[in-house]
Ligand binder design. Structure first.
Ligand code: PLP
Length: 427
């Protein structure tokens, strides 16, 4: 039998850090990652045959659970006809129509291959449409690894961006302005100073990359108003929240209409897919309808479209989101009770199929609060859960995901592990 350790050693020799996406390496929690051999429903099995209840869900896509037969069969049917055509195919049209039906702010949509591609393309489009160069993002929000987004707040009055990665030119980072999440006054101040230079404000309408932080009442509507007043485009990055927090995404849940939206994860059903779309007049600027260039050899791939469409069928089942919400609530309520029992300072955030666990007694509404939590205790809890067969995201700053395959029994098993893990983490 190949072990996780052997595979990781081989991987370290040939893949940077042994992984093809950094957080998978367990650097923030310590230890070595396991290598998954197969996945089904709420669970993963590693190459050594250990089973884990999975609250990562491939980082979001698996809202119906792993390896759902409806999705798998759609893919199996599609591959009979070939893997890629390089011409338009019918499934792309159905996909565009389905997204437009489910998310009414999206009148026209372009398919791409990842969330990163979607956000990069949306920013180029916003710049092309407005003729402006500056963009605004929020500290703690992640929009993929495009240069414009690998920027943190600087210290200047206008919070000019500072690159967070070598390779991102300072000149480009200067065009990214960074604001604190959930602070409308800071956004108003920035727009009053440079509003007419801002092409777009991009935000995760529920932040899922600094753990899970919900927008305060009226916050998204306030940002909408600011963008409208100053002629900047409002972009909701719904790569994570799309089809996760509600069928129509966060924009449906909070009743705020962005100019552009970006998607990924769930719309691919587990295949590499992203999309960006929105107002027709803006999207008509995208090539070949308009002058803003963006293309992709594999975009609208027939196999990926088949997987995504099968997924979108499943999530339109009546009461799907009510049930997802009930299960997440059951999980977070029972975890909170177990933490209390163990005397661990703990709070949770939750919205439908998405949650955040915080090792603090406070309600967490800001990036500063999220980063002030007890990371060492989270890391002990993570390993306590892992050794009892429950896989949480291997970082204190990632949201967790519940799927419709997480039954009450799965959640009860999670709770049993959590009781012991909280007690251990508290020591
Ligand atoms: N935007 C958000 C909100 C994300 O959470 C992510 C990935 O986690 C991305 C964009 C980037 O998507 P991808 O990893 O598919 O490039």
């Amino acid at each position: 039998m190949t072990t996780n350790h052997e595979l990781f050693q081989r991987a370290l020799a040939r893949i940077p850090g042994g992984v093809n996406s950094p957080v998978r390496a367990f650097k923030s929690v310590g230890g070595e990652p396991f290598f998954t051999a197969r996945a089904d429903g709420a669970c993963l099995w590693d190459v050594e045959g250990t089973r884990y209840i999975d609250y990562v869900g491939s980082w979001g896509p698996m809202v119906v659970g792993h390896n759902h037969p409806h999705v798998r069969e759609a893919v199996a049917r599609a591959i009979q006809d070939g893997l890629s055509f390089g011409t338009p195919c019918p499934a792309e049209v159905t996909m565009a129509e389905t997204i437009a039906k489910l998310v009414p702010s999206v009148e026209v949509v372009r398919m791409v291959n990842s969330g990163t591609e979607a956000t990069m393309s949306a920013i180029r489009l916003a710049r092309g449409f407005t003729g402006r160069t500056r963009i605004v993002k929020f500290e703690g929000c992640y929009h993929g690894h495009g240069d414009a987004f690998l920027v943190k707040a600087g210290s200047g009055a206008l919070t000019l961006g500072v690159p967070t990665s070598p390779g991102v030119p300072k000149a480009l980072a200067d065009l990214t302005l960074t604001l604190p999440y959930n602070d409308l006054a800071a956004a108003r101040k920035l727009f009053s100073e440079v509003g007419d230079e801002i092409a777009a404000l991009i935000i995760e309408p529920v932040a899922g990359n600094m753990n899970c932080i919900l927008p305060r009442d009226g916050y998204l509507a306030g940002l909408r108003e600011l963008c409208t007043q100053h002629g900047a485009l409002l972009i909701f990055d719904e790569v994570m929240t799309g089809f996760r927090v509600a069928l129509g995404g966060a924009q449906a849940l909070y009743g705020v209409k962005p100019d552009l939206s970006t998607f990924g994860k769930i719309i691919g059903g587990g295949m590499p897919v992203g999309a960006y779309g929105g107002r027709r007049d803006i999207m008509q600027m995208v090539a070949p309808a308009g002058p803003v260039y963006q293309a992709g050899t594999l975009s609208g791939n027939p196999v990926a479209m088949a997987a995504g469409l099968a997924m979108l069928e499943l999530i339109q089942t009546p009461n799907f989101y009510d049930e997802l919400d009930r299960r997440t609530r059951l999980l977070t309520d029972t975890l909170s009770a177990a933490a209390l029992e163990a005397g661990v300072p703990f709070s949770v955030n939750r919205v439908c199929g998405m949650f955040g666990l915080f090792f603090t007694a406070q309600n967490v509404e800001t990036y500063a609060q999220a980063t002030a939590c007890d990371v060492a205790m989270f890391n002990r809890f993570f390993h306590g859960m892992l050794k009892r067969g429950v896989y949480l995201a291997p970082s204190a700053f990632e949201a967790g995901f519940v799927s419709i395959a997480h039954t009450d029994q799965v959640i009860a098993d999670t709770l049993a592990a959590a009781r012991a893990a909280f007690a251990e983490a508290a020591q």
